[in-house]
Write a protein that binds this ligand. Structure first.
Ligand code: HGY
Ligand code: MN
Ligand code: MN
Length: 411
């Protein structure tokens, strides 16, 4: 590959593109431990073995492809995830995995000599689309999620995570922290499509991450009384949909006041009949802010409002925090090293950007030095089929990643 062609990137991208794409929506449905996820994982294994890399699956189901001996330690690792949100875009996750293999191909073409072990990783269940908790693979590895907690995770059909893993051919009893594996890694660099338009606006193809906003997910259960939609007087109703709807509006207000974001993007209703007042409305809040104080203010404000709306309608309310990720400040030395490599070895300018999106690199940053590269997304849209990156920018991302890996791992 030269600085102008796509090398192996385009072929890999074409192979992966049809897997899990829904014909009607055009979005991806690659959910953890599903058959489609299995197809993505088979693709990863093929890429690893075709390159003569040592393929392994760790105790938490994350896939690794090693060049060199991991036992030597101080390894440089790159990669991302292959799963998606419901009707997600093609780039969130896969761009980092495909670029990792393409960057390795590029380095081999350059005749690079590695003096640190190198690995490419696909972290399992990053999006949490099926079991509700994001970054399960990396959280387990980093000891931020226990086996017992993971075993209790259940999907919308009542299938538990251990049963789903088992059905996919993995051993759910083996899951748990993996400090020995992390101790062998000196740096993790995740390339990711940008989930915003900062690079588009600045006119840059590639950027470096500075920080990830603190973020979490909260489940709100509004329980009222099911009754006939035609015969129940308005005054006699205990309708949880009303308190839920008012809470959604309160979330928007609170987020605006704090300069944060708050989203109710998923809801289930029981009994879910068009002519029945609901007995239960369960909504999931995703909220994120630049700092912890703002996030606490937003979520506290929403909870308070929700309780008063529930009281006003004679509805019971339970609020459960299902996950939380504190602010991540990426390793400064590694970040500066990336900026130095990209600033001196290429003609790229490299803006340093914060993000409201969570990543496995953020989870691992508590255990090992991590960094991220972002590739321009002209729509700025993510978690939607409209997510995009141009072929030229993807190639620029591969070359930037290759430069970074060469700078970190080669003599
Ligand atoms: O939701 C997130 O921020 C991530 O993409 N999992
Ligand atoms: Mn995502
Ligand atoms: Mn992602």
């Amino acid at each position: 590959m030269t600085r102008s062609d796509g090398g192996s990137f385009h072929q890999m991208w074409r192979e992966l593109l049809p897997i899990g794409r829904h014909p009607a929506s055009g979005g991806y449905r690659r959910f953890a431990w599903s058959g489609v996820d299995g197809d993505c994982r088979a693709w990863f294994e093929e890429q690893a073995t075709a390159r003569g890399l040592r393929y392994e699956v760790d105790r938490n189901g994350n896939q690794w492809a090693w060049l060199g001996d991991p036992a030597e330690g101080d390894a440089v690792v790159t990669g991302s995830h292959l799963d998606s949100v419901p009707d997600g875009g093609a780039f969130d996750g896969p761009l980092g995995v495909v670029s990792a293999f393409a960057a390795l191909d590029e380095l081999r073409d350059r005749g690079a000599r590695f003096d640190r072990p190198l690995a490419i990783v696909n972290f399992g269940d990053e999006e949490g689309a099926r079991f509700g908790l994001a970054c399960v693979g990396s959280r387990l590895t980093a000891g931020q999620l226990t086996r017992e907690q993971a075993h209790r995770l259940t999907d919308g059909d009542g299938v538990t995570l251990p049963r789903a893993m088992e059905a996919a051919g993995y051993d759910p009893d083996a899951i748990g922290p993996d400090p020995e594996r992390l101790a062998r890694i000196g740096a993790f660099v995740e390339l990711h499509v940008e989930q915003g338009r900062a690079l588009d606006l600045s006119g840059d193809r590639v950027g470096i991450a500075s920080a990830i906003w603190p973020h979490g997910r909260w489940r709100f259960d509004f329980r009222g009384e099911a009754n006939h939609a035609g015969t129940t007087r308005l005054a006699d109703r205990h309708d949880p949909m009303l308190s839920y709807a008012e809470t959604v509006l309160a979330a928007r207000r609170e987020a605006e006041l704090a300069g944060a974001v708050a989203t109710f993007g998923k809801i289930t209703v029981e009994p879910n009949g068009v002519n029945a007042i609901p007995s239960l409305v369960r909504g999931w809040l995703d909220s994120r802010a630049e700092d912890q104080v703002s996030l606490d203010t937003v979520v506290g404000g929403i909870e308070k409002a929700a309780r008063s709306y529930a009281d006003a309608h004679g509805v019971d309310l339970d609020i459960v925090r299902e996950s939380f990720t504190p602010v991540v400040e990426f390793d400064h030395a590694l970040r500066d090293e990336l900026a130095r490599i990209l600033g001196t070895d290429t003609d790229l300018t490299v803006p340093v950007l914060g993000t409201g999106a969570g990543h496995d690199a953020g989870i691992l940053s508590g255990s090992i030095p991590t960094a991220m590269l972002f590739v321009r997304n002209p729509t700025g849209v993510s978690h939607s089929p409209a997510e995009s990156a141009s072929e030229d920018d993807c190639v620029a991302g591969v070359l930037a990643l290759a430069d970074v890996l060469e700078g970190l791992a080669c003599r």
